[in-house]
Design a protein around this ligand. Structure first.
Ligand code: CTP
Length: 405
């Protein structure tokens, strides 16, 4: 197997024009890309474009001997050899027809045949009209594929090619790339675990239009949830308000306030074996919430605040063997404050970042952290992408799990 080879299947719909950009983004991640085009896809994008970008012959039919020096026999088994050589198959865009073929095992062209011969990770990004996406047949096929472990990168709401708004537009290319990168890592060392992750800020309402919150984007927690899923865990993500699409195959529970986050976390705590609290929970909320918008003239001279529940501290008193991981965002005496938090909340691991440092913190795609373990280790992780950071944190969790076993 060549860990840096990805097969990109492209099927026939308008979103196929994005495949050239997707290919480039995969190359940027260091992958070689072998493109497979279905016959209908050739109406939307030419093999020449994708061959030039991938610097590889684009496969378009099961029997392509006229383009090759080798005999027909060798050509005919390419659909079996290729999936063994590649680290993942990604189909983007995937039409309703493609989903139906994959779900029912029809193998009448190179891509559908290759799919059946693939034993590694398969990532599928559907794109179609909103009514097609909502059709019970398509829903059933998607359900079947999910239950077989295919990673579905759901389409998004948006302006569709036929000029209407609705769900069906192919997911953002970065989201697809992230699903591919995660899946292609291929490690399943969290199989059998249930990972409960919290992410994002919480919003504490003052009135129906105003609230207290913080700058957390949720990216770190979403990357952790996505990485845990890829590594085989059943993953539950409890998320405060964010702009991020839910990661594929993760149960995503949206909440708003610290109280709502607490109740969802407690509801799922007993089934979790690992809890990672990446959320930036607001520490205070207004002492009372006005049911009506406060008019300018009635503005209270002071906002009285009361503390929110400390969810993580509460979990540490209820734990029955779960690994507990906390996050801390600090701006001064970073390690000293972090050690105190690790002890006070009885955590196994605390991931601390100095949010004043360049490349660390809330909004960006990178982070710089130090991991502190209850056993006294201090593990600095230099600046890296939040996706890589997520995997490094999970590596540490897996190591702790082994030591606790
Ligand atoms: N946390 C929580 N509930 C809260 C506040 C924090 O579960 N009400 C969790 C966070 O998800 C994080 C950890 O506790 O994993 C540390 O959060 P942080 O805000 O850094 O620390 P606090 O305990 O709130 O302390 P301080 O704000 O004083 O630094």
């Amino acid at each position: 197997m060549n860990p840096s080879l990805i097969v990109l299947g492209v099927t026939g719909c308008i979103a196929a024009y994005k495949s050239a950009e997707l290919l480039r983004l995969l190359q940027k991640q260091g992958y070689e890309v072998q493109v497979v085009l279905t016959e209908h896809a050739r109406n939307f994008v030419t093999p020449m474009t994708l061959a030039a970008l991938s610097r590889r012959r684009v496969i378009t039919t099961l029997y392509q001997q006229e383009q090759r020096d080798e005999g027909p026999q060798e050509v005919a088994i390419e659909h079996v050899q290729l999936p063994q050589a590649a680290s993942a198959l990604v189909v983007a865009p995937a039409t309703a027809n493609c989903l139906a073929k994959f779900a029912t095992g029809i193998a009448d062209d190179f891509l559908s045949t290759l799919y059946l011969a693939t034993t590694g990770p398969v990532i599928v990004a559907p794109a179609m009209n909103v009514h097609m996406w909502n059709h019970p047949s398509v829903k059933e096929n998607v359900g079947r594929l999910r239950s077989r472990g295919v990673i579905l990168v759901d389409p998004e709401e948006g302006y569709l090619a036929e000029g209407i708004e609705g769900k069906g537009r192919m997911a953002d290319l970065e989201t697809i790339v992230s699903a591919v990168v995660n899946a292609a890592r291929g490690t399943r060392d969290l199989a059998g675990e249930t990972v409960l992750v919290t992410a994002g800020p919480t919003c504490e309402d003052i009135d129906p239009v105003r609230y207290l919150s913080n700058r957390s984007s949720g990216k770190m927690g979403y990357e952790i949830a996505s990485a845990a899923r890829t590594r085989g865990a059943t993953t539950i993500l409890v998320s405060g308000p964010t702009q991020l699409p839910p990661p594929a195959q993760v149960q995503c529970l949206k909440v708003r306030s610290a109280e709502e986050m607490r109740s969802q976390v407690l509801r799922h705590f007993s089934e979790a074996t690992i809890v990672i609290k990446a959320a930036a929970v607001a520490d205070f909320k207004p002492a009372s919430r006005s049911g009506q918008k406060l008019k300018k003239g009635q503005a209270p001279p002071h906002l009285s605040l009361v503390p929110t529940p400390d969810i993580l501290a509460e979990l540490s008193n209820r734990t029955h063997g779960q690994i507990l991981v906390g996050f801390a965002a600090e701006t001064e005496r970073v390690l000293e404050n972090a050690r105190k938090k690790l002890a006070a909340k009885k955590l196994d691991l605390l991931v601390v970042n100095d949010v004043t440092q360049e490349g660390a913190g809330f909004d960006g795609d990178t982070n710089v952290v130090t991991m502190l373990t209850a056993e006294g280790s201090e593990i600095p992780l230099g600046k890296r992408s939040k996706r890589d950071m997520a995997h490094a944190i999970l590596d540490q969790v897996v190591a702790l799990k082994k030591r606790h076993a």
